[in-house]
Design a protein around this ligand. Structure first.
Ligand SMILES: [Fe+2]
Length: 301
């Protein structure tokens, strides 16, 4: 498995109603580092090589998802994706220089349901930090986008972006672009909201200690700790102060072309279980409601 065009999920961009409060939460509590800041926008990085993995734009009201940004393997991939996206029923919204401080050239496409995907090539990257004891996220692990028509959305990600189905469960299509089992997953549901964004932690201990750190701040896990089936990753889910669902994860399964995609009948749980451990908090109503509140912005500014 692997996309011929996409090497990674780089970042997501969202709006939040209070950027000052978001900066405090995402640096002091979540463990990111402020990478850059300009009028009304803050960019946060992890300990890995991405210039930033999260961009927050200040805007009143419920958070909205501006962009999901993927990194292209080559400059030519941008042209090929532009053609493939249009052939698959999408539209090209923009091409040219990136508008964020990571730079590079971008292609912004929208799928037939309005999901806005930015593909970047040549963006700035930095040297990884030495391992620190602060349990910082390294990079994004995956983003999960809900779909009211998941097979149609899967087909778009396959045809327009070269993603490959890694596993299909009753409620999720896991989409692979590189060695991580999945970088995007599509939630099989009745809406097109952002389900959650997952941040890769350096270890299982870091996922657990991160959970304690959030709990100390009054934000206990809304699902977890646990270990998923597909992807085999450990997890803790939280709802941030603005209603965005965020996950600490670690130990994501690394796969190659020999991996065989499972089907819903391959991924079942015994009664009362929805993860491998069965010890953590089951998904709360607060989580479930937050997973259907954050939508793609219809128009960028
Ligand atoms: Fe996740």
């Amino acid at each position: 498995m692997k996309s011929p065009w996409i090497s990674a999920l780089r970042s997501v961009a969202l709006t939040v109603p209070d950027l000052a409060a978001a900066e405090i939460f995402y640096t002091q509590t979540w463990g990111l580092v402020l990478a850059d800041k300009s009028q009304g926008v803050a960019y946060f990085r992890g300990s890995g090589h991405d210039h930033h993995l999260l961009a927050l734009h200040e805007a009143a009201g419920t958070p909205q998802l501006r962009l999901v940004t993927l990194r292209a393997r080559s400059a030519k991939a941008l042209e090929e994706i532009a053609q493939a996206a249009q052939a698959a029923g999408g539209v090209v919204e923009r091409t040219g220089a990136a508008l964020d401080p990571a730079g590079g050239n971008v292609l912004v496409i929208r799928d037939p349901d309005g999901r806005r995907i930015e593909v970047v090539h040549g963006d700035a990257q930095r040297a990884n930090d030495a391992p620190t004891p602060q349990d910082q996220p390294i990079r994004l692990a995956h983003a999960v986008l809900n779909s009211h028509a998941v097979e149609k959305t899967r087909e778009f990600f396959e045809k327009a972006l070269g993603f490959v189905l890694a596993d299909r469960t009753r409620i999720m299509a896991f989409m692979n672009c590189d060695n991580d089992h999945h970088s995007i997953a599509l939630g099989d549901t009745d809406n097109d909201a952002l389900n959650h964004v997952a941040f890769l932690m350096p270890s299982l201990d870091a996922v657990m200690r991160g959970g304690g750190r959030l709990k100390d701040k009054g934000l206990p896990p809304q699902w977890g700790p646990g270990r998923h089936g597909p992807g085999h990753n450990a997890f803790n889910y939280f709802v941030d102060p603005f209603g965005i669902v965020i996950e600490y994860t670690a130990e994501v399964e690394q796969i190659d072309e020999t991996y065989r995609a499972g089907q819903p009948e391959d991924w079942t749980w015994p009664p009362g279980r929805i993860d491998q451990w069965g010890i953590g908090q089951m998904p709360t109503d607060h989580l479930k409601q937050a997973q259907r509140r954050v939508f793609f912005m219809p128009h960028l500014d």
